[in-house]
Design a protein around this ligand. Sequence first.
Ligand code: PMP
Length: 336
Amino acid sequence: MDIHENILTAIGHTPLVKLNKLVGPNDATVLVKCEFMNPGASIKDRMALYIIEKAEREGKLKPGGTIVENTSGNTGMGVALAAAVKGYKCIFTMPDKMSLEKINRLKALGAQVVVTPTNVPAEDPRSYYETAKRLFRETPGAFMLNQYHNPDNIEAHYKITGPEIYEQTEGKFDYFVTGLGTGGTMSGAGKFLKEKIPGLKTVGVDPVGSVYEGYFKTGKLTTPHVYKVEGIGEDMLCGAMDFKVVDDIRQVDDRQSFVAARRLAREEGIFAGGSSGAAVHVAVQLAKEIGKGKTIVTVLTDSGMVYISKFHSDEWMRDNGFLEEKGGTVRELLGD
Ligand code: PMP
């Protein structure tokens, strides 16, 4: 019999799938790690469970306690799953640019969600960071994951995500491409894979408007601006972002991210989110540059399901100026 004791042991062991249509015959092979197939529909299930179980072992999270976190939704989902199984309460703060599906999804798992304004600096008391910190201070028996600055976020991906990719590929690939949000996936999985695979190069994917790429290339913080793709990019530097692990960072704009995610759905049958689109955009670009014979692994962090009323809808794409209509046909181009 093949039975899981509860949903938490079903986290991980996601498939690694080859792209067939988005890459040409002379391009490198692109393999996508389907993290949207986790029970909470994102890679964050792994990190949330890892940090919660470590906090339990260290006595930082006690039975019946409350988990507080600022989350763009996916970490919240991972935490909410674990909290439901293990009997904790959850309070999440989320910026108001996040999709209603993401907010309601957390409420469906019994969490309390506090929505905060997107367009305020991180240090503003109304920001989702500061609101979470205040709720943590005010709630007795609270534990905060602090995913942005917690080294255990990196450790989770170093111990779990990295080794899993290594086993699936037997270490036979040349580039690891992943989006940079907290930086945990890159800093943890990227570090493990670089230690194991001589010559492996890592490429971080950053949205236009985020500070990471500018900081990486010039050592200076640029002025961030708002963008639509969710889950990647930051307006500050995070403790979970280890630039030493990164060989290059490429920036991708909203249109490129969404168009790639839509093509991934229609041409490959893989229904993923906008940050996955951004990562695929870079992987496909790189596959052309490095050519046949090389292999790129990239991460599809979350599912398209929570973006159905956003970029997976033609209407939304048209309203936001991301579709070009010429002679009655809708044009979406990858790579321009
Ligand atoms: N994509 C999405 C949709 C996310 O929610 C996140 C996490 N913020 C990322 C990518 C980036 O992952 P990480 O935080 O590990 O850098």
